[in-house]
Design a binder for this molecule. Structure first.
Ligand code: TEU
Length: 585
């Protein structure tokens, strides 16, 4: 972590192509739309974009089901549009990171169609096929093991044509690759990554990066929820026996493919859960597997243990520890970390961790920005987060489109009924946690229908998913650009402060909590790499005034950044949702 790299100090802005900007009025965002908005991203002050999957796909899981890695989905544009986006982004100093989705492809991919064509197909073993364990009395095939899909139900899909099951840890149309075969791995690296490296991308966000290596024999998972027919596969698929070998091999492929600029290429793996030793191994510079990873400890706070939408209350202390799990492991090692609160799988952070009422929305969104710019690691901002966007309020279940929500809903309906207590509880969970809260079209203005998401309007065409009505209440780019006190301008200032004091804010080490048990205050200290500077952060996660301590009474605390007037920074009171950063001298 001692070596400076552009990708360590970068702010990466995540773009959901379906919902950023629709340049041709078909109701879907597109790549020319992203190119058109590069000036906006420059204005915000980000250094790179990570663009979610834009490849050809039947869209069962919003492009995470890829049918052709080397082709842009026609609704998003053409390959030429993508090459132009890359070169125009580079021309204004924005690097481009793309999604690498390689645990599975789409069941419409030519490789899978060939695999499925017969038991003797040359590509049969490219996917994970197993015969039924047996048949029920009424003739239904029984899956080979008890693993559940991350989207609910069995992880096995029956294929009528060849009378076998294939493994799919996600949706029915997302067959898992058989990573045991080197010819499969080589084909994946070449097509999904090599093609885009050749066209100038600067790195990859590696989807489900911990799931490729399954335990041999695919044994039943431990029964953790006896009320369910299917069990979380856990360690049988997560961080499995050959996972580090695979990542080393893949990174070696990237290095070879980008000779001359290999050190400029970075990767961020979506790992989720992992023990300390594994976190270090994945991200160590010396091990050369991935540059950094996403941990889920803080975004999974309060999720149900057996069923993610059965939300539980959680304490600020639990959340603080979850946040710290993203970077503490890397302290004074050759590993690197990430900072994020939102992405396309998460609801809006102001709603979840701040207070999205009109009274506190702006100030609590700014508080979250202060926290994030003060943490060590590569910073990720998800589209709309810079506006303080909130969850979609008042939606009915029918408005949500996510395959994860639909699959779970169908299971609950079948098991308990549409009018059951379980369904009501599910609806509550969805209102807080659905992935669709972050997937609605970006609000560009309040003066046009659908927030100006579409540049031109074709009659009868609506955006692919409902709008978040909050664009009428000032949450849109135009109104926020015109208001110097907006969340947008605060983020802009915060990103500048982060760069200005990068030695402590970006690269700082020796993080320590102050009063970890405090239920309302999130306070910590950390040092610059050379130990010369000490930062103290004091953040009030409540809507009431709170007194706070100075951890060292002999030192002087100089406030240099905050979301209220710093004039009264000497006071030991934090106002509702107030945060302040100090240098300790
Ligand atoms: O997510 C994988 C993942 O680890 C899950 O936790 C996911 O966040 C959860 O099921 C949400 O309900 C990645 C992508 O980020 C996600 O969008 C895709 O659906 C998934 O992989 C399959 O490719």
């Amino acid at each position: 972590s001692a070596i400076d790299k552009w990708w360590k100090e970068a702010t990466v802005y995540q773009i959901y192509p379906a919902s950023f900007y629709d340049s041709n009025g078909d109701g879907w965002g597109d790549l020319p739309g992203i190119t058109a908005k590069l000036p906006y991203l420059k204005q915000l002050g980000v250094d790179a974009v990570w663009i979610c999957p834009f490849y050809d796909s039947p869209q069962q899981d919003m492009g995470y089901d890829i049918s052709d890695y080397e082709k842009v989905w026609p609704r998003y544009g053409t390959n030429e549009d993508c090459f132009r986006l890359i070169s125009e982004a580079h021309a204004v100093g924005i690097r481009v990171v793309v999604d690498l989705v390689i645990n599975h492809c789409s069941s419409e991919h030519a490789w899978f169609r060939e695999s499925r064509s017969s038991k003797t197909s040359a590509k049969r073993d490219w996917f994970i096929w197993r015969p039924a364990k047996g048949f029920t009395a009424d003739g239904k095939p029984i899956p080979p093991n008890n693993w559940s899909s991350f989207f609910g139900g069995s992880a096995w899909e029956w294929d009528e044509h060849t009378q076998e099951f294939y493994l799919r840890l996600f949706a029915s149309g997302q067959p898992d690759f058989n990573w045991e075969l080197s010819e499969v791995r080589e084909a994946i690296y070449e097509s999904a990554a090599g093609f885009w490296l050749d066209h100038g991308v600067d790195g990859f966000r590696i989807d489900t990066a911990g799931l490729y290596s399954k335990i041999e024999g695919l044994p039943d998972a431990e029964v953790r929820d006896a009320t369910n027919d299917h069990q979380h596969p856990g360690h049988n698929t997560q961080n499995g026996p050959r996972i580090h070998e695979f990542h080393k091999e893949m990174r070696a492929f990237f290095d070879k493919r980008t000779a001359g600029r290999a050190d400029e290429i970075f990767t961020v793996g979506e790992v989720g859960k992992c023990d300390m030793a594994g976190l270090l191994q994945y991200t160590s510079e010396q091990e050369r597997e991935m540059s950094q990873l996403f941990n889920f400890a803080h975004t999974e706070c309060g999720l149900g243990t057996h069923f993610r939408y059965h939300v539980q209350p959680f304490t600020l202390k639990q959340w603080k520890l979850g946040i710290a799990a993203s970077f503490l492991f890397a302290n004074r090692t050759d590993s690197w970390s990430t900072v994020y609160l939102e992405n396309h799988d998460q609801p809006r952070s102001v709603t979840r961790f701040g207070d999205d009422s009109p009274e506190w929305r702006q100030v609590s969104a700014k508080l979250l920005a202060i926290l994030e710019v003060a943490l060590t690691g590569t910073l990720y901002v998800y589209q709309g987060q810079e506006l303080g966007q909130i969850n979609n309020h008042g939606w009915t279940l029918d408005q949500y489109q996510d395959v994860d929500m639909i699959t779970h809903r169908n299971i609950i309906a079948k098991r308990y009924g549409e009018d059951s207590v379980e369904m009501a509880k599910f609806a509550q969970g969805i209102a807080l946690l659905s992935r669709d809260h972050s997937r609605t079209p970006f609000p560009w203005t309040s003066r046009e229908p659908d927030a100006g998401f579409s540049a031109v309007r074709q009659s009868g065409v609506k955006p692919w998913i409902s709008m978040n009505d909050s664009f009428r209440d000032g949450i849109n780019a135009e109104d926020e650009l015109n208001d110097p006190n907006s969340v947008f301008h605060f983020w802009r200032a915060a990103l500048r402060i982060r760069k200005q004091h990068k030695d402590v804010l970006v690269y700082g080490q020796d993080f320590e909590f102050v009063d970890l048990n405090n239920p309302d205050l999130f306070m910590f200290t950390k040092k610059s790499r050379d130990g010369a500077k000490t930062l103290f952060a004091a953040l009030n996660f409540s809507s009431e005034d709170r007194e706070f301590p100075h951890p060292n009474e002999d030192a002087t605390y100089k406030a240099f950044f905050g979301n209220y007037d710093l004039g009264s920074a000497e006071e030991r009171i934090l106002r509702p949702w107030e945060g302040r950063l100090f240098f300790v001298e």
